[in-house]
Design a protein around this ligand. Structure first.
Ligand code: UDP
Length: 409
């Protein structure tokens, strides 16, 4: 029997590194579960590839706002306030609807999945106008962790997959029917689905000190390398150097992501302890396996990945609104702390790496929050929508739940 190839369209935008990472993770999981000749997946940047100017500046705008938290706070509040949110969504609809219709006609998807907070309203409006609502299922996979913008939630979606109880409650408050909200976890890349290799082995392959007692601190600032990383690295290296007698051989690995300016500036510096500087790395799973602790802004992707790797998490900053709930999740779960002041952060961090018991306890708490199976479970749900009738999902709901470890309420 000749089967029709099913086509899945994933809507995202490169505002930060997390949405594309989630889209790729889901695509990899779907390809692991279904043969490539039965399922075609297209990942589209809704603003860059579909809507075009002026919305195609959205990724640059986000990168700018991520470096200016006060400005970001204003934008976030505007997005939470229904009238301004409505005006913005109308603006996006007005600019993008014709192009999205064209994309629909060219790709003819059997299923649309959004992994971006701004990709619900306009596409769903187009589906409604074309009489395709309910014909082409539309699913949202929320890729924030402890907080989520209201625009993630649209009552007309067929299903909304959320990563935490806190986010599920936001969805309920936004009027999404309880049956449409499904708590699974955050999609993470393939490298995180498997158990990690032994730490010494990974360190060896990365050229890091193999000796177990030598502490490795990993420092990242999301895909865009944001969050005042240079001052953080300065404070941390100075603090460790000041206590070098008790903390010999500590190594700092700084991953600057796509921030080439930061990378260059960091490379020109001399440091008081051994420091490794990298640009964007594709083997974050290895670095997380090799490290003893991570210093990061409160990005959902990085936190979820660190939890899977059982890393104690030191949060150095967070975007107001969007990432504030992530801080609470980390602190309440006992998997880490948040210090926005570089010198204070360095002092607390120095305390951690000198205290094996504290590190072990945080590592355990961190691992307990990790949802390593989430990506494959979400992919299975998407597969059900792409291949079968939706009623069969009821079965999967029951089967999926036992695999999912709870993320703190
Ligand atoms: N990341 C990566 N290589 C890098 C820097 C970051 O693969 O050099 C990944 C990181 O592992 C995470 C994502 O980029 O999966 C960043 O997502 P997060 O939600 O933490 O922050 P965002 O950049 O979206 O604000």
């Amino acid at each position: 029997v000749l089967k029709t190839k099913r086509r899945l369209m994933v809507l995202m935008s490169d505002t930060g590194g997390g949405h594309r990472a989630s889209a790729i993770a889901l695509s990899d999981a779907l390809h692991a579960l279904y043969p490539a000749d039965e399922l075609e997946i297209i990942i589209v940047d809704f603003f860059v590839s579909v809507a075009g100017p002026p919305l195609d500046t959205m990724p640059e705008l986000y990168a700018y706002l991520a470096k200016h938290p006060n400005l970001w706070r204003l934008i976030w509040l505007a997005g939470q306030f229904p009238p301004t949110r409505w005006i913005f969504s109308m603006y996006v609809y007005w600019l993008s609807s014709a192009f999205f219709e064209h994309a629909l006609d060219s790709f003819r998807p059997h299923l649309i999945v959004s992994v971006h907070p701004l990709c619900q309203s306009a596409p769903l409006e187009v589906l409604k106008r074309r009489g395709l609502m309910g014909v082409i299922p539309f699913l949202t996979v929320v890729t924030d962790l402890g907080s989520a913008a209201n625009s993630w939630f649209h009552k007309n979606v067929d299903l909304c997959i959320v990563p935490s109880e806190r986010v599920r409650r936001i969805g309920l408050a936004q009027g999404v029917h309880p049956d449409k909200l499904f708590l699974v976890g955050l999609p993470v890349r393939k490298a995180f689905w498997k158990r990690a290799a032994p730490k010494w082995f990974t360190r060896l392959s990365l050229g890091l000190p193999v000796f177990k007692k030598t502490r490795v601190i990993l420092m990242v600032g999301g895909g865009d390398g944001v969050g005042n990383m240079e001052s953080l690295a300065t404070a941390v290296t100075q603090e460790i150097a000041n206590h070098a007698d008790r903390l010999p051989g500590v190594r700092l690995v700084v991953i600057c992501g796509k921030n080439a300016k930061l990378e260059e500036s960091m490379r020109c510096r001399t440091w008081s302890i051994p420091v490794e500087i990298h640009g964007f790395v594709t083997n974050m799973a290895d670095y997380m396996c090799a490290a003893d602790v991570i210093v990061t802004k409160a990005g959902p992707g990085t936190i979820a990945e660190s939890w899977i790797r059982g890393l104690p998490v030191m949060l150095s900053s967070f975007l107001p609104g969007q990432e504030a709930g992530n801080v609470e999740l980390v602190v309440k779960s006992g998997s880490g702390a948040c210090c926005e002041q570089p010198k204070k952060l360095a002092r607390v961090l120095r305390g951690w790496i000198g205290d094996d018991q504290a590190l072990k306890a945080m590592s355990r708490a961190s691992r307990a929050q990790g949802t390593r199976d989430a990506t494959l479970i979400i992919a299975r749900i998407l597969g059900q929508y792409a291949f079968h009738r939706r009623s069969s999902l009821v079965l999967d709901r029951q089967n999926a739940n036992p695999f999912v470890q709870p993320v703190l309420a």
